[in-house]
Design a binder for this molecule. Sequence first.
Ligand code: S3P
Length: 450
Amino acid sequence: MDLIVQPQRAPLRGIVPVPADKSITHRAILFAALADGTSRVVAESAGEDNRSTLAAIRALGVEAEVGASEMTISGRGLEGLREPAAPLDCGNSGTTMRLFAGVLAAQRFRSVLVGDESLSKRPMARVATPLRLRGARIEGRLDPKRPGDLTAPLEIGPLPAPHVLSEISYDLPIPTAQVKSALLLSGLWAAGATSVSEPLVSRDHTERMLSSLGVPIERVGSVVALDPAAFSGRLPAFEIKVPGDPSAAAFLVAAALLVPGSEVGVRSVGLNPTRTGFFDLVRLMGGQLAAQAHGDEVGEPFGEIAARHGGLVAVSAGGETVVRAIDEIPVLCALAARARGTTIIADARELRVKESDRIAAMATVLRAFGVACEEQPDGMVIEGNPDGPLRAATVDAASDHRIAMSAALLGLVADGESRVTGADSIATSFPRFAGTLRALGADVRAVSSG
Ligand code: S3P
């Protein structure tokens, strides 16, 4: 599928929903599978990544009824997962693969995790190494590109004698919620405590949700610890209405900031501070953005946000803000293209190992639209051009949903029709992206490739 984007002549206006938060939905499905009893997970227009997690719990013997926007999951308890008959296909979803690695490492059966072409290239030693340190058996393929690293397929278990994971105190070399979560989850079955420290705090959905389900999790600074001695050994069934995804909302906020005269609101967006770095950066760029918290859902704050077009200035982004905005850096690049001055993005080396090499992919997209930029090993320098339209372009999405959506936004402020080729991956996180932009007044159409 390709996206055809026309230059936007009229303001974008409206209040729209976004899909349920992808990270929280993954965890809700997995924790419901491990809980005792029937849980209800309401997740509006969840994408394909979340379907991979759902398929994985089913393959492990968990029954789930799936409606248009809600799932009823019959948890089998912490000791109830069954050996899967076939490899578990994680599709494009790194979160599925790494979180399940933590859970499966503690099981007495063997399982294999596979993924699509992109996921099969992503680094997995970061999760295998600490799990092995606590006694797990995990084998992967030697990474042909990164010596010493591993890639999927991952073959996990059965857990070798003494059949229980040991305690661990592990310093993550990089902030990563997926590996932190895998370690904490494996800790549910361990004989001793799990303590994970990160150089900067990554998204903390696992900690919040497990805590609200009664798991004894403590945080001191950037160290999180789970002590099984104080744990009942059971997760209660629960209900959650997953808040909207701030990472999807970022694209709508950006659309409003890019197109003159626009005013866009997004209903029910997750406002967990470990996820709001992009909104903070937008404010630093002079973008008009209001957020109002409404409440919280299983420990996750949510509220409404509204953005209005106005001139943007360049920003220097690095450190903890980049960790809290890691998935939004591609769309930040799109905003930087229209901000007055030179934007510098640093400390974002992790972008090189996401669904694509997002630094290289965004540099290619920006240049195609006539924006001057320079790649850095850990980020990018972008010369903003707020005056006059960008050059219309045909760009490839690099099989990456966030590159596809960022490129489409640049098309809104170009001087003619633009095309984003290979945009199917948008369905992994924001299946109704084009329709939502159309609801705001944009002319964005999906056509078959070719
Ligand atoms: C995620 C964590 C982040 C993020 C990804 C989702 C999660 O990855 O980029 O999209 O749900 O835990 P890392 O943990 O690899 O930084």
